[in-house]
Design a protein around this ligand. Structure first.
Ligand SMILES: C[S@@+](CC[C@H](N)C(=O)[O-])C[C@H]1O[C@@H](n2cnc3c(N)ncnc32)[C@H](O)[C@@H]1O
Length: 230
């Protein structure tokens, strides 16, 4: 289901590594870790997600991101994408940022400015090749309602925290993700709570706890889709 929702009020805050994030007063929640936004993005999603998968099985990689937000995860992945493991990147977002918000964050100090602009300016609901090894499909939709694409190799699960937005973390939605993924597919998320690990494991993922980003959270989750759901 594609919907237009009014933009929530968002404030820019600088995190400990000098990169900016957004704060949502309405939820009392940040888009990234305040200990380092770009550091988190590179470690959890690019390194433990895309680059890990690419190291396991070279070839095209289809990535699904839950919550495009500032485009930081997409941009760092696009900058790492290579010919051996070209990326089709599908990103869901219900509350897109305006270009003014993106510009005010000055993320161009950390990611290729032209890539970042292209990423936010390209149209919704159609593939757009942004670099030779990176194609983006932005879908403006509600993750809790929309159909998921099939054949996903990597999921960047970057929703707001379970205690802030519990409806995004339901077993039904993770079961749908499981069935949309290829066997051996990889899901990474910053949330290492025991209840989330147990839920993923019960659905059919092999769940590992990995060290978090330097200076940030102690642990993160990487979950590998087993062949069959339990
Ligand atoms: C923690 S932030 C993600 C940050 C983002 N990955 C980035 O690199 O900036 C969560 C994102 O999920 C989006 N979101 C919230 N509810 C959603 C929903 N029901 N469907 C799709 N996206 C949603 C928010 O607007 C926000 O962009």
């Amino acid at each position: 289901m594609c919907t237009e929702k009014p933009a929530p009020q968002r404030e820019i805050q600088i995190t400990d590594d000098g990169s900016a994030t957004l704060y949502l007063p309405q939820l009392d929640e940040h888009y990234h870790s305040v200990k380092g936004a770009i550091t988190e993005s590179r470690h959890i999603y690019r390194d433990c997600g895309y680059l890990f998968r690419a190291s396991q099985s070279p070839g095209p990689v289809t990535i699904l991101e839950i919550g495009l937000g500032t485009g930081m995860n997409a941009a760092v992945t696009a900058m790492a994408a290579n010919d051996l493991s070209p990326v089709r990147y599908i990103a869901l977002e219900l509350y897109p940022l305006s270009l003014e918000e993106v510009d005010s964050m000055q993320l161009d100090r950390f990611v290729d400015p032209r890539l970042l602009r292209d990423l936010h300016q390209c149209p919704w609901d159609g593939p757009r090749q942004l670099t030779p090894a990176f194609t983006l499909e932005k879908r403006r939709c509600d993750f809790t309602q929309c159909d998921l694409p099939s054949g996903i190799d990597v999921v960047y699960f970057d929703a707001f925290a379970p205690e802030k937005q519990p409806e995004m973390w339901s077993p039904e939605l993770f079961r749908r993700i499981f069935h949309a993924m290829n066997p051996g597919g990889v899901l990474t998320t910053y949330c290492a709570k025991g209840c989330i690990r147990r839920m993923l494991s019960a659905i059919g993922f092999s769940v590992e706890r990995l060290p978090g980003p330097p200076g940030g959270k102690r642990e993160i989750i990487r979950a590998i889709r087993r062949i069959n759901s339990i």
